[in-house]
Ligand binder design. Sequence first.
Ligand SMILES: [Zn+2]
Length: 277
Amino acid sequence: MISKHPSFFISSLCVLFLLTACKDRSNVPEKQVVEERQPALEEKNVNRDLFYHYSIWYAFVNKVFEGDLTVAKLKTKGDIGLGSYTKLDGELIMLDGVPYRATEDGLVTVAKDEDKIVYVNTTFFDADLTFKITNPMNYDSLRVEINKKLPTKNMFYGFKIHGMFKNIKCGGLNKQEPPFKEGLDVLIPNRPIFKAEAIEGTMVGFYCPEFIGDINVAGYHLHFISDDRTFGGHVMAFNSESLDVSIDEMYEYQFVLPNTDAYRNVGFDKQFQYKKN
Ligand SMILES: [Zn+2]
């Protein structure tokens, strides 16, 4: 039951507060409103060590496939990111402030500002730690390597991992139309698979401590975009030749819930998590 869970209650209060704040803006003189929306002013106040997370993972798992977050708003919250577009119309991969969309047909395009997002993790990336891996790696050995370097497993981390990949297997999403029949627990095992060989590109993503597991993906979650921006998706497996790893430590977490009927009415019946560690 949502009402029995204090964190949901607090989050809902935050959402309500934001809504109230938005409404109040209509009474503010027009000049002030325009000034508030200047990106330059927003940027001055931006917290670059903030992990921004939109929509609870279990809502996404349980068929909340339409979001109210726009790509334009996402760009004010970070410059790397991963997630999915509304109706599962493509995997979201954001690198250097550009939000890419890898659709079910395997094509990669740049998303439009008005496009909607259903789930996303983002931050403004600043490398706190960088290192090179010259040995061949796969997903498991990379996790082990990064685990050795992380200062603690109790913080949030963002990653930009660029390199040469002998091969890589990425997952996509099949676009859904309402009424949505299946949750991610069914859709992900049947997702479209994209494979590439001898490809250069960047994996972007995040590490979340185990305790985040009910609201977000615990452990590592990475998406890939090729240097030529023609191939991308959710990283499932790879064999790399050499990697340049950059890590950004984050100690603040902003959790924003969708203000939609679908979210308000969702039951968190289904559970699905990627492989942890
Ligand atoms: Zn993913």
